[in-house]
Ligand binder design. Structure first.
Ligand SMILES: [Zn+2]
Length: 225
């Protein structure tokens, strides 16, 4: 039985480089691979870009509303008809943006189609909360492997921080839209993250919890009203 592998890491931990290297290793052995990623914007960006300078177009993208297993079967047939070679591996970039049911499809591809799936993604967002696709991958993958990168202080970086126009921000949407502002991300260790965030790991969740507590405290007790 083939397996579903999740290789996760903070931003800039070499995920795309690792993916492109894995594809190269298969192809060097005359094996056929398929590369895919989720469609996350309308810009039509269909390249996998390694920071080391290697770039390669994916074979297909999948929208959030699409049945990944079905799309994969179609693309697999297409490439097998064209090349006469069976697909040996599916490689997934930006897997954090898949839906939960699409990650379930990746497991079906591994178990039922018997094709290994290597999924690469960021574990958590800039508020230290798991992306839906990553959460599901952490739940059901056969194999978890962390890709490591270094914080500015030299420790291992595990969290991602967001800067808008040069300022660290700890509130906002999980996926930021660059709307006339410059957004950059920096991977930090836990210590440096807390220094920048003022000691908070997840501001939105804390605000929600506090407003919930306020709501409970201010609600009239039905026994005494
Ligand atoms: Zn640090």
């Amino acid at each position: 039985m083939a397996k579903l592998y999740f290789r996760y890491g903070a931003m800039n931990s070499g995920k795309s480089t690792n993916l492109l290297q894995a594809a190269f290793n298969y192809e060097e052995r005359e094996q056929q691979v398929l590369l895919m990623k989720p469609r996350i914007d309308t810009k039509g960006d269909t390249d996998i870009v390694s920071r080391l300078g290697v770039r390669r177009a994916v074979d297909f993208v999948v929208g959030a509303e699409e049945d990944l297993w079905e799309v994969f079967a179609r693309e697999r047939r297409k490439i097998e008809d064209r090349t006469g070679k069976a697909v040996s591996c599916l490689l997934v970039d930006e897997a954090q943006f898949l839906t939960e049911s699409q990650v379930d499809d990746l497991l079906r591809i591994a178990i039922i189609d018997n094709i290994p799936v290597l999924a690469y993604g960021i574990r958590t967002d800039f508020q230290t909360v798991a992306f839906p696709g990553s959460r599901r991958l952490l739940e059901i993958s056969h194999s978890l492997e962390e890709l490591k990168t270094i914080c500015r202080c030299g420790k291992k970086a595990v969290f991602n921080t967001r800067q808008v126009d040069g300022e660290f921000v700890f509130d906002g949407e999980q996926v930021a839209i660059e709307d006339g502002v410059e957004i950059v991300y920096e991977s930090l260790c836990g210590n440096c993250y807390l220094q920048e965030s003022g000691g908070v790991f997840n501001r939105t969740r804390r605000v929600l919890t506090e407003s919930l507590a306020t709501a409970y405290n201010s609600a009239p007790d039905p026994d005494f009203s």
